[in-house]
Design a binder for this molecule. Structure first.
Ligand SMILES: [Zn+2]
Length: 479
């Protein structure tokens, strides 16, 4: 009798101190994933991401919203990507607002990001051009639907992570040039010290103006029986391109997901439900692309490079898979903060010159793309003056994720990785909005395309301020 009371007291004590719970059941993980087709249904659509007006009348391949929802009883959070490029905060906010209630998680526990394909319909208004309302609504619904289905698919799961290196496909595209290598910018100045996408093999190249990040970080989620649910990867490379005109395409982001699914499910199992969801998110690729400047490659046929890059990524991820350790109890945490930044303002001289360029009837008398940049200069002149941007940090197990709503220079991503107490870690760019390129103050001094007013919209110190907030958010979620 005494012994039984003693036992009961011991058990009660253990329960009260929390040590009674089994470690594996502390945060039992459930995961769900889904895609929603966001290929346009009305044609033609205007493509975004280039200077001249390009129309698409069909799809080379499908555009998708891809979502993965993770839940460990304490916390539910989600990652969603869309095959698109410049997605404004208003669209993402509306999608999160609609999805939050349906999916049982707060809007600030949803990370939304564009993949960075440049062969996608416009969803962001320009100074003289409006995004088609029907497609803005279609993408918004696609995000909500992917999240809702992913939530419906929640099932007991285990999660692991890994990294691999793909250095062959990343090249810094900003170069210090030898004598004669700098050309006048669209404002008619020759003040740039570096040049973006310089001509290859003409002996004018000196050295790249920044690093590259060859790392792929991935999160892998599967059922307790070992059936893959989703794999979310991150790589710091711009779109690959080589998509013929006239059609939309998800570029190498969609191809990665397709090849991954084909390799994981080589046979009839592919049709089992729910379908596996591969996601390739974009890292910090603002100054990095797929052009080998020092060893120029012949122009490939359409889609060839897209397939090559995707298959190299899939191959390396597969090589890293056997080392992944899966856990059924995973800490999840997410923090968000809004940061208000000034937008850049042109001087009265610059405004006058922009108006003068726009009034010039013959574009041949002007520097290259002068009218496009004059227009962008005036857009900044007319801008209310500040932007409130969304910054997020996420913890998934030992993995740290940060998000930035710009095309972020790789050195910023590398620094955030290094400073993170969660390892591995990565940044998703073009997330929760779009505000142009994000160079560092030092890169601003070097000039070049990504720093030009209109390509670049936020204050010169923006990257320092963003990094400071993200460091704090990372500390918060790492606790
Ligand atoms: Zn881009």
């Amino acid at each position: 009798m005494h012994r039984r009371i003693a036992m009961t007291l011991i058990i009660l004590g253990l329960v009260a101190s929390g040590t009674f719970a089994l470690a594996a059941e502390e945060h039992p993980l459930r995961a769900g994933a889904a895609t929603a087709d966001i290929t346009p249904q009305q044609w033609p659509v205007e493509l975004i991401g280039s200077f001249s007006k390009r129309l698409a009348g069909h799809a080379w391949d499908r555009l998708n919203a891809r979502a993965v929802v993770l839940d460990n009883v304490e916390t539910r959070l989600a990652f969603v990507t869309v095959d698109s490029c410049l997605v404004p905060r208003t669209l993402f906010d509306e999608a999160k607002r609609r999805a939050a209630e349906l999916c049982g998680m707060p809007a600030d526990h949803i990370l939304t990001a564009a993949t960075h394909t440049h062969s996608a319909p416009r969803v962001k208004n320009g100074r003289n051009v409006e995004a088609p309302a029907h497609y803005v609504e279609q993408m918004t619904r696609g995000i909500v639907s992917a999240l809702q289905q992913a939530t419906d698919n929640l099932a007991p799961a285990e999660l692991g992570w890994g990294t691999c290196q793909v250095p062959e496909e990343v090249h810094n595209r900003r170069w210090f040039m030898k004598e004669g290598g700098i050309i006048p910018n669209p404002f008619g100045e020759t003040t740039d010290i570096v040049r973006m996408n310089p001509p290859r093999g003409r002996g004018l190249l000196d050295r790249p103006a920044g690093p590259t990040d060859p790392e792929v970080v991935f999160l892998s989620v599967r059922t307790h029986e070992g059936r893959p649910i989703a794999l979310l990867a991150n790589y710091s490379l711009h779109y690959v391109g080589g998509v013929p005109g006239g059609g939309v395409s998800s570029d190498y982001f969609g191809e990665f997901a397709d090849q991954l699914a084909a390799k994981l499910f080589p046979d009839e199992q592919r049709d089992t439900l729910p379908p596996f969801v591969g996601i390739l998110s974009n890292g910090t690729s603002g100054d990095v692309n797929n052009i080998n400047f020092t060893n120029p490659q012949p122009r490939a046929k359409p889609f060839v490079r897209i397939r090559e890059v995707a298959s190299r990524l899939v191959e390396r991820v597969f090589e890293a898979m056997p080392a992944v350790k899966y856990k059924r109890s995973v800490p999840l945490s997410m923090a968000q903060q809004e940061l208000t930044l000034k937008v850049r303002k042109p001087t009265p001289d610059q405004v006058a010159r922009a108006n003068q360029f726009l009034a010039e009837p013959d574009e041949k008398n002007l520097p290259m793309r002068a009218k496009a940049y004059a227009d962008r200069t005036l857009a900044l002149h007319e801008h209310p003056g500040t932007e409130a941007i969304v910054l997020q940090a996420v913890r998934v197990g030992d993995v740290g994720v940060t998000s930035i709503p710009c095309e972020v220079f790789t050195e910023i991503g590398l620094r955030l990785k290094k400073q993170s107490s969660l390892q591995p870690s990565f940044t998703m760019e073009l997330a929760n909005g779009h505000y142009g390129y994000l160079p560092t103050p030092r890169q601003h001094e070097l000039g070049g395309y990504e720093t030009w007013m209109g390509t670049n919209n936020l204050e010169i110190e923006a990257s320092d301020k963003i990094e400071a907030v993200l460091r704090e958010l990372m500390q918060k979620v790492a606790k």
